[in-house]
Design a protein around this ligand. Structure first.
Ligand code: ADP
Ligand code: MG
Length: 357
């Protein structure tokens, strides 16, 4: 299995900058996600890796070798299409055999590869069925098996499960992760669903208008977003990003309802970022400034509370089902260590250990 890298790759379509000076390295056997909103360049990146598009600038490398001028066939990258791409008149087994028959592999070898893929994907019991007789998840597994038998340098998947309903998506993504781990393959996966990206990726890249804004482990990006764009894009409910300024010995935000002692903050912060789960809400008992509860969404395991303070809307995610009434006045607080501090321009400010101002 291969390592895949871009070095300063740019791709334009007339006036559109589809991929903007992108650099990344996907390690061998890694589950790597590209995560971005629609039209951010995800599919174009996959087409560049496959060799269906040529970059206008930069280099594409497979195992350290520049492949800009290598044909798609010689790159040997498998695109796993959605389940619709199965041949409807062929059994699951024949679908899986198909790419090997096309290459005129010897029958014994084809059967051995089919058996191996069927075991890895737990589809031995459905191999005799036609795609129309399979569930969505089963079709997905057959499609993956068909890609697996080719033994490519890497697999690419472009939003492969977006057509499935929510429950099936959850099952399928867990399954995909297991298959990738057991099969030990390089898998490059595109999604616009943040929960999916967080759950499956070893590492991921976050895209904004063709540019890679951050690469890292999902939890590291979640905890330490590089910019307000990344901070807002990852996490649900969305991170609270509050204008702030220093007033005396404190940084204040949300009117004056939220305060961080300047010595616990980062100098020069113009915005504070606070995840909804890190915003603490308590009954207001006078002192400081209250926030007002404007909406309560009890979701079972947790409750999302929308608040307003100094014309600033905020959201808090509270465990369980706390008593919370619309219109109630509450006190806001937070652990300063959980706050992300952003400077002018939206870049996160590095936290300097033990810094005092
Ligand atoms: P995503 O997969 O993230 O939705 P795409 O890679 O499909 O994004 O598209 C990135 C940008 O490039 C978009 O602005 C899109 O309109 C443009 N684009 C993609 N393919 C073409 C094409 N074949 N011709 C012209 N513009 C394209
Ligand atoms: Mg796309």
């Amino acid at each position: 299995m291969a390592e895949i890298a871009f070095r300063n790759v740019t791709k334009r379509y007339k006036d559109t900058l589809a991929v903007d000076d992108a650099s990344f390295t996907v390690a061998e056997n890694e589950f790597f996600c590209f995560f971005g909103p629609p039209l951010s360049g995800k599919s174009t990146i996959l087409r560049l890796i496959l060799g269906l598009e040529k970059p206008d600038a930069g280099e594409i490398l497979i195992d350290g070798r520049v492949v800009n001028d290598t044909s798609p066939a010689a790159r040997n990258i498998a695109m796993v299409f959605q389940n619709l791409a199965l041949f409807p008149h062929m059994s699951a087994a024949d679908n899986v055999r198909f790419p090997l028959k096309e290459r005129h592999e010897p029958p014994a070898r084809i059967e051995a590869r089919l058996k191996d893929a069927a075991e890895k994907l737990h589809i031995g019991h459905i191999l005799h069925k036609l795609p129309g007789q399979l569930s969505g998840g089963e079709r997905q597994r057959v499609a993956i098996a068909r890609a697996l038998v080719r033994d490519p340098a890497a697999y690419l998947m472009d939003d492969p499960i977006s057509a499935l309903d929510a429950r099936l998506r959850e099952e399928t993504r867990v399954e995909l992760k297991r298959i990738q781990r057991e099969a030990g393959r390089t898998l490059i996966y595109v999604t616009h669903d943040q929960e999916e990206a967080m759950s499956v990726a070893d590492r991921m890249a976050i895209l904004e208008r063709g540019a890679i804004r951050q690469v890292g482990r999902p939890v590291d990006i979640y905890d330490n977003p590089a910019t307000t764009y990344v901070a807002r894009f990852l996490g649900s409910p969305v991170m609270n990003i509050l204008a702030t300024r220093r007033m005396g010995s404190d940084y204040e935000a949300a009117g004056r309802a939220l305060r961080v002692a300047a010595e616990d903050a980062v100098a020069g912060a113009v915005e504070l970022g606070l995840r909804p789960e890190d915003l603490h809400v308590a009954p207001w008992e006078g002192g400081g400034e209250p926030a007002t509860v404007t909406e309560v969404e009890p979701l079972g395991g947790y409750t999302v509370v929308t608040l307003k303070a100094g014309d600033q809307p905020l959201r808090a995610m509270l465990r369980g089902q706390p008593e919370m009434r619309v219109g109630a006045q509450v006190a806001l607080s937070c652990d300063p260590a959980k706050v992300i501090y952003f400077g002018a321009g939206g870049a996160a400010l590095p936290r300097v250990r033990g810094a005092r101002q």
